[in-house]
Design a protein around this ligand. Structure first.
Ligand SMILES: [Ca+2]
Length: 220
């Protein structure tokens, strides 16, 4: 029995540390390893958008993005990645990990949005998004979208959206391990993927069935 247990333990540890055969993540500075990554890789920075040493895998050499929404209800605080080249008509996974502490004032949700452009630096074409309201654990938001036939550029937006609450009341969301891999790629954050697989499936269901962003919500 002990031998069997040891074998399964070894297999588990192997899975945890095995390199993930994944296609390259198209988004640079996606893991917020250094505070400079935020400035180097992300746009629309300003108040309430800061680097944090908190990391999805607990790594001491990486951090995350902390978005703080202190505005009125039905508002969102957002940043966006740089634009990357994509193939029109191809299917892409997209998403990010986030952590939203419990017992914050009001209510809200995390949102990841992929935006398609005819080309980088060109005109907006379309967008698709996924959201989640789960609190208290790291959760991976995962979506899948087909690049429109007239789109060869894409970027990701990370949004801290407030559904209810008052101006001046802060709601915080940490984002990490953002991904938009080449077609066929797998998500980042392997350790967390294995340990929170059940949470992920539950969250994906919720994200696809509830809590779409409030229409006309203001963002900044
Ligand atoms: Ca990180």
């Amino acid at each position: 029995m002990r031998c069997v247990f040891a074998r399964y333990l070894s297999l588990f540890l192997l899975l945890i540390h095995a390199p993930l055969a994944s296609a390259q993540n198209l988004i640079p500075f996606a893991n917020f390893d250094m505070s400079s990554d935020l400035v180097d890789g992300w746009g629309n920075l300003g108040a309430g958008k800061v680097w944090s040493s908190v990391d999805v895998d607990g790594s001491p050499s990486s951090g995350s993005l902390l978005l703080i929404n202190d505005k009125a209800a039905l508002t969102g605080i957002l940043v966006f990645s740089g634009c990357v080249n994509v193939n029109p008509g191809q299917t892409y996974d997209f998403g990010a990990w986030y952590f939203m502490q419990i017992l914050q004032p009001g209510s809200g949700f995390a949102q990841v949005e992929v935006q398609w452009f005819d080309l980088c630096g060109g005109s907006f074409v379309d967008a698709e998004m996924e959201t989640s309201t789960t609190e208290g654990v790291w959760v991976q938001i995962v979506g899948q979208a087909v690049a429109p036939n007239n789109a060869s550029g894409a970027r990701l937006q990370l949004i801290n959206a407030k559904s209810s609450g008052n101006p001046g009341e802060e709601r915080e969301i940490f984002f990490d391990a953002v991904f938009l891999p080449e077609p066929g790629g797998a998500a980042a954050g392997l350790t967390a993927v294995l340990s929170l697989a059940l949470v992920q499936r539950r969250t994906r269901w919720r994200a696809s069935n509830r809590n779409r962003p409030p229409s006309g919500a203001a963002t900044s």
